[in-house]
Design a protein around this ligand. Structure first.
Ligand code: PGA
Length: 240
């Protein structure tokens, strides 16, 4: 079973989101398909699994504009993306913030989808594994084995993330296999569990058949290619 998770970012406007939700309700798959729309569109999604793209790192108290994990849970949300590189880089989120968010989510039985990945300079300087290790240890600090066992990890090399319309260069299958194996071994050594690790970064209907050849990949986190239901469905079909 693969995870096929859509991260719609802030791409869609209201009418397109409504239309997407209507078509999403018709999707059938043997895999675990999860769409993470913008918060305000959640009520349009009546069927199928729905997650969100962010959560507050605070559990309670007044924080204007934030949504807490308790609020998400009260709306029946079961999955939440944390640590996306856009939030790390542009909104300056730190591993310690992400660690707080993961703790908050787990208290409410919401599954965190933890994103990790190196940028282009780090890759060029052969720092990929160092960066991933730092992000994993920082984000999962002091978590129990049971907690880590619930988390889904998404390896997203930042340089491979698309601009939403045009896919970027992506790693070779060999590179993805090497890095995902590294992440799994690291988690196994530290937490004694078999982590679920997805690949993300310019996954689209044209490259998913090739990516499906990598057996260590447990699924995909998809951005630009979940703007249109036709692209998202095509990826889902190719993973059946
Ligand atoms: P992309 O985005 O598929 O558009 O590269 C992936 C992500 O940012 O999660």
């Amino acid at each position: 079973m693969k995870y096929i998770i859509g991260n719609q970012k802030n791409y869609l406007l209201n009418e397109d989101a409504k239309e997407f939700a209507k078509e999403y309700s018709k999707i059938k798959s043997k895999n675990k398909v999860i769409i993470c729309p913008s918060f305000s569109y959640l009520p349009y999604f009546k069927k199928g699994i729905v997650g969100v793209q962010n959560v507050s790192s605070a559990s309670d108290g007044p924080y204007t504009g934030e949504l807490t994990s308790k609020q998400l849970s009260s709306q029946g949300i079961k999955y939440c993306i944390v640590g996306h590189s856009e939030r790390r880089k542009k909104l300056k989120e730190k591993d310690s913030d992400i660690n707080n968010k993961i703790n908050e989510l787990l208290k409410e039985n919401i599954i965190p989808i933890l994103c990790i990945g190196e940028d282009f300079n780090e890759k060029e300087n052969k720092l990929t594994k160092t960066v991933l290790k730092k992000e994993i240890y920082g984000s999962l600090k002091k978590l129990s084995t049971d907690s880590v066992d619930k988390i889904i990890i998404a390896y997203e090399p930042i340089w491979a993330i698309s601009d939403g319309t045009h896919p970027s260069a992506i790693p070779t299958n060999k590179e993805i296999e090497e890095i995902i194996t590294f992440i799994k071994e690291l988690i196994k050594k530290k937490f004694k569990i078999n982590a679920k690790v997805l690949y993300g970064g310019s996954v689209n209907p044209n490259n998913v058949d090739e990516l499906n050849k990598i057996s260590v990949v447990d699924g995909y986190l998809i951005g630009g290619a979940c703007k249109k239901i036709s692209d998202f469905s095509s990826i889902i079909d190719k993973c059946e």
